[in-house]
Design a protein around this ligand. Structure first.
Ligand code: BV8
Ligand code: ZN
Length: 242
């Protein structure tokens, strides 16, 4: 095995407190499009427009059309070996937190438990009237959808310009500041405040290993950057029990 992967495996074996931060790249091998890659969702300017509260206020039907497309697409996707490797790591580490920017629910499907979903979950909705938030698996949802109280329902995801769920972000900063080892997997590291988390860990002296297809703005500060597919690299670092 590659020397770097051996080093990461050893660091993980001796660490009591581990944090894993993931982005869309970890779900790419499950067939979920990323945001900024070749077929990136956000490449299509008008789509970025859709992920904002202003767009929803202006045209909730159009935004629900976009999220119905996302829900329909994600309903057919399965976790990949990268997701399962992170779920295995959680069982081996005393104090483990998975912080994800993804809304695709694939980490939970793979068996991860202690998950901080920084940007929400595509299967959850929130009522603008009564503020109730709940899981709603129906897809497609009506375009737009209404709560039984008559209020307008929105996807319970965090759009650009919206603050992240307070308690979740606070907890993500707390665990990043106390982690001994952090894996940063499949994120372009440009969306804040998520991109701040590895920097917080760095300041606290953590060893930070980045796994990505290509360099990111964080690569220069990582302890090591491992270039390749997370679905191939993670199972080498956290192999299935023989
Ligand atoms: C906030 C949920 C303020 C919805 C998403 C100027 C400078 C700095 C910041 C800003 C600025 N202007 C605006 C901001 C703030 C803004 C921001 O950071 N913008 C960026 C673009 C500059 N942030 C916000 O608006 C956030 N809120 O700041 O609020 C505030 C504060 C107080 C009070 C009120 C308000 C909210 C951001 C959340 C937006 N929601 N998604 C939905 O999904 O529908 S963003 C979305 O893109 C993701 O959630 C994720 O967070 C983000 C980045 O995507 P990644 O996950 O990194 O994926 P990406 O495609 O970019 O990269 C994939 C990576 O994987 C690549 O590196 C690729 O190489 C790699 N990869 C691909 N395949 C593989 C792989 N790696 C390994 N293996 C593979 N197989
Ligand atoms: Zn309601």
């Amino acid at each position: 095995m590659d020397r770097n992967l051996k080093e990461i495996r050893k660091a993980l074996e001796s660490a009591e407190h581990v944090v894993v931060l993931t982005g869309a790249g970890i779900s790419a091998e499950s067939g979920v499009p990323t945001f900024r890659g070749a077929d990136g969702l956000w490449n299509n300017k008008s789509i970025v427009e859709l992920a904002t509260p202003e767009s929803f206020d202006r045209d909730p039907r159009l935004v629900w059309e976009f999220y119905n497309w996302r829900r329909g697409m994600m309903a057919t996707k399965e976790p990949n070996p990268g997701h399962y490797a992170i779920a295995r790591l959680e069982k081996k580490v005393e104090n483990f937190t998975l912080v994800t920017q993804n809304i695709d629910n694939l980490h939970r499907l793979a068996g991860s438990e202690n998950i901080l979903e920084l940007h929400g979950n595509v299967w959850r909705v929130r009522c603008l009237g009564c503020r109730k938030e709940y899981e709603e698996r129906k897809h497609p949802m009506d375009e737009p959808s209404y709560c039984e109280c008559g209020g307008l329902l929105r996807p319970a995801v965090v759009w650009f310009g919206e603050s992240l769920p307070h308690g979740i972000l606070e907890e993500a900063f707390r665990v990043s500041a106390t982690a001994e080892v952090v894996l940063v997997v499949g994120t372009s590291a440009i969306v804040y405040p998520a991109a701040q988390l590895p920097l917080v860990a760095l300041q606290s002296g953590a060893r930070i290993y980045e796994i990505n297809l290509e360099p990111t703005p964080f690569s220069g500060q990582a302890t090591e950057s491992i270039f390749g597919k997370s679905g191939e690299i993670l199972p080498q670092i956290i192999p299935e029990e023989s």
